[in-house]
Design a protein around this ligand. Structure first.
Ligand SMILES: Cc1cc2nc3c(=O)[nH]c(=O)nc-3n(C[C@H](O)[C@H](O)[C@H](O)COP(=O)(O)OP(=O)(O)OC[C@H]3O[C@@H](n4cnc5c(N)ncnc54)[C@H](O)[C@@H]3O)c2cc1C
Length: 496
């Protein structure tokens, strides 16, 4: 008998779930997978939109799979179709193309919607006020962002700063307005935040902190954004990056339990039978994530459960790891970075060279890295990230980690010691074993590996790690090592 899984949302979590399901159950006669996606295109890597805005890649480069992959792998993707209602008792969904479809299992992966702050005189989406979430938003921003245009970005979080940097690259005059005293306050402490402001200033991005926009006015001199301290900013374009809200309307209307997001348990089950939720729309143990990695890990758990590949699979949370993808700014933040030098529960190491735009902070507890800020320290990011991800003990000389000398001291994060499943390129989800496979298929340089796997083509932060793996493959007998340590196949390879 064929079971049908319906996934609502063809974004990063929904598309990943379709792949994970097909990887575990290839037979469409046994498992039918239907994905509804309100956006008018096939699934794409949303995190690469900052690069699209900056003009370094095109929207087409962000596709998660070639156009025909989904059909070839028996995934029924209904692009441009929005699910409008769920009947959890009858187990059916209704969509805006008039279809009514039954399901055995329903997975909500509806993501988030941009938060639109209340500002007098501002009508969102009037062409000159644009949120930054989709390919279409990117196109709208690019269309408005002509040379010499004056743009105001509302919100100095990760998204706002990436948008600001991208606009600057298009020759736009950019001001970022942020209500807090430091930008990216969820990822940065005060020291790191201040260094980041100096870097942005040096690049030409004006940061106005501790201020809010209150009104948008059409004046004879042009559009003007008024701030709460009386400042009047020319605003030919307003980019909204003031936060996101989980897209929960559909779940709410169906009587499914919603707090901030759709409430799920450790199995990712929502309150109604046969309904699950993953990605940014889900609330797990009180946490709603705004990053892609949790959604991908959740997709694997739900796929395990639905296909009974592992009926006891559980999700227990994902430590936060964020990388700013902006030209000329190298910033990685992970874990909890709020501890200060005198905290008694952990050791805090800080190295700062503000005028050179460098700031590094490590928070260590029980000999493990529990938090880090690495700004302007590209040589340290790979090693620190691997130690943080794998929860391996830090080396004796912890300061060496901050100066970039630590990599050689940590055998476990050298390519030979890494498990095959270690994610090297987070933007494109490329593991060590994907790189090894590509190498064996003939990609014998960093550029060739980039073409084959897309590693390094996102934020570029994994460049030195890919180079290291390339060098290691060149100088060792990888076949032998691969057999010994290559624990699992690359997740991304799925059901190709
Ligand atoms: C510019 C940008 C840069 C980012 N950079 C990073 C980064 O560096 N690192 C990181 O970890 N994260 C980053 N993020 C966040 C990351 O993209 C999200 O965490 C991720 O996309 C969440 O996946 P999701 O599937 O839950 O939601 P989404 O990818 O938003 O997908 C949800 C999909 O569901 C669709 N949908 C909603 N309701 C319905 C319905 N009723 N019927 C049908 N379809 C529906 C939506 O149209 C959407 O396509 C970035 C986001 C943006 C916008």
């Amino acid at each position: 008998m064929t079971r049908r899984v319906v996934i609502v949302g063809n974004g990063m979590a929904g598309a990943r779930l379709a792949e994970e399901l097909r990887r575990r159950e290839r037979d469409p006669e046994r498992l039918e997978v239907v994905v509804f996606g309100a956006e008018p295109r096939a699934a794409y890597n949303r995190i690469l939109l900052s690069n699209v805005l900056a003009g370094s890649i095109t929207a087409r480069d962000t596709r998660l799979r070639p156009d025909d992959w989904w059909g070839r792998n028996h995934v029924d993707v209904r692009t441009g179709v929005r699910v409008t209602g769920i009947d959890t008792a009858a187990r059916i969904v209704r969509s805006d193309d008039g279809a009514v479809l039954g399901y055995d299992e329903l997975v909500l992966a509806t993501g988030s919607v941009p938060f639109v702050p209340r500002i007098e005189g501002m009508a969102p989406h009037d062409g000159r006020v644009v949120a930054f979430r989709t390919v279409e938003d990117c196109e709208r921003i690019a269309a408005a962002a002509r040379q010499g245009c004056r743009a105001v970005v509302l919100g100095g979080g990760l998204l706002g700063l990436e948008a600001a940097r991208g606009l600057l690259q298009r020759g736009v005059d950019v001001t970022v307005v942020h209500p807090r005293s430091v930008p990216m306050e969820r990822q940065l402490d005060v020291g790191g935040g201040r260094v980041l402001v100096r870097i942005l200033d040096g690049l030409g991005v004006r940061m106005l902190l501790e201020r809010r926009a209150v009104a948008l006015q059409d004046r004879p001199a042009g559009r003007t954004l008024l701030l709460d301290d009386g400042t009047a900013l020319p605003a030919d374009l307003v980019v909204l990056t003031a936060g996101i809200r989980p897209a929960t309307d559909l779940a709410l209307a169906a009587g499914i339990s919603v707090e901030q997001g759709v409430v799920v348990d450790d199995a990712l089950r929502a309150s109604a039978p046969h309904v699950w939720a993953i990605g940014e729309c889900a609330q797990h143990r009180g946490e709603v994530y705004g990053l892609v990695q949790p959604g991908w890990e959740q997709a694997a758990v739900v796929a395990d459960r639905i296909t009974a590949a592992d009926s006891d699979a559980e999700y227990h949370g994902t430590p936060a790891l964020t990388r700013l993808k902006a030209h000329d700014i190298d910033l990685a933040s992970m874990g909890d970075v709020t501890a200060d030098l005198h905290d008694e529960d952990c050791d805090v190491l800080v190295l700062a060279d503000p005028s050179r735009g460098r700031y590094a902070k490590l928070v260590v507890a029980d000999d493990r890295i529990v938090g880090a800020v690495l700004l302007g320290c590209p040589d340290t990011v790979g090693t620190v990230t691997q130690l943080f991800d794998s929860e391996l003990p830090v080396p004796q000389d912890r300061m060496a980690l901050l100066t970039g000398r630590g990599a050689t001291a940590v055998a476990s994060v050298s390519p030979a010691g890494m498990p095959g499943g270690a994610v090297i390129c987070r933007c494109n989800s490329v593991t060590k074993s994907s790189l090894t496979t590509a190498w064996r298929a003939g990609a014998r340089s960093v550029a060739a590996l980039a073409t084959a796997t897309r590693a390094t083509t996102g934020c570029g932060g994994c460049g030195s790690a890919v180079e290291g793996i390339c060098e290691w493959l060149r100088t060792t007998d990888p076949q032998h090592e691969h057999e010994e340590t290559n624990i699992q196949p690359a997740r991304k390879e799925g059901a190709a």
